[in-house]
Write a protein that binds this ligand. Structure first.
Ligand SMILES: C[S@@+](CC[C@H](N)C(=O)[O-])C[C@H]1O[C@@H](n2cnc3c(N)ncnc32)[C@H](O)[C@@H]1O
Length: 197
């Protein structure tokens, strides 16, 4: 069990245990009361639960079925009844839907083939050989699911080319800034915030 800002979260060996990247995003969420929010890759549900206290509705997804089981317990424990959980790959569970804010603490670690874990937990950090495999697919699908005037906040590491993400978001029409950063050991993790006009 993990405590964060007075909230309590069950953890599970097959689910990403909230860490510095989770807390950095949770503490730097930019949202308004009326926002409909999508969180991709919810893990234990920590970000969805924190967001749910500030907005009317959150849809939270994960590709790892163990994460959804763990998150279900944590939504109940924290009385986050305005969060809906769905299983699936990136935007697959929200086909045809648009949101005001999309959140994703991405799997951003460069991971060689010999480093891949034969376990559901692998999806928590495996970003492919350059760390960008999931980030780039996320950016490709983003604009189909965000409303005019909408925002995106994603977390990644200096190990997986932050500038490439900011340039891609600018190409997609977002105004981009790094709204939080933290050095941990050999890398810096950042929250990248993009706003559509
Ligand atoms: C770094 S963890 C973040 C978990 C949680 N949001 C947090 O901040 O503690 C990344 C999460 O994204 C999920 N994930 C990875 N690839 C995904 C994909 N293609 N579609 C949906 N979820 C994915 C993983 O299973 C994992 O739970």
């Amino acid at each position: 069990m993990l405590e964060f800002n007075g909230l309590h979260f069950n953890t599970h060996p097959k689910v990403y245990e909230p860490a510095e990247d989770s807390f950095l995003l949770a503490e730097n969420l930019e949202m308004s009361r009326r926002d409909e929010v999508l969180e991709i890759g919810t893990g234990t549900g920590i970000i969805a639960v924190c967001a749910s206290r500030k907005v009317a509705r959150v849809v939270a997804t994960d590709i790892n079925p163990w994460a959804l089981r763990c998150a279900t317990k944590n939504l109940i424990a924290n009385r986050a009844f305005n969060v809906e959980l769905r299983e699936g790959n990136l935007f697959e569970p929200v086909q045809g839907e648009k949101f005001d804010l999309i959140l994703f603490n991405t799997p951003y670690l460069p991971t060689g083939e010999d480093e891949v874990l034969n376990d559901e937990l692998n999806t928590a950090w495996d970003g492919g050989t350059d760390g960008r495999e999931v980030i780039d697919r996320f950016l490709d699908g983003l604009c189909g699911h965000i409303r005019r005037g909408g925002r995106v906040q994603l977390v990644q590491s200096s190990l997986s080319d932050v500038e490439r993400t900011t340039l891609r978001l600018e190409e997609l029409g977002f105004q981009v800034s790094i709204t939080a950063r933290e050095k941990i050991f050999f890398e810096e993790i950042v929250v990248i915030t993009g706003k559509l006009p």
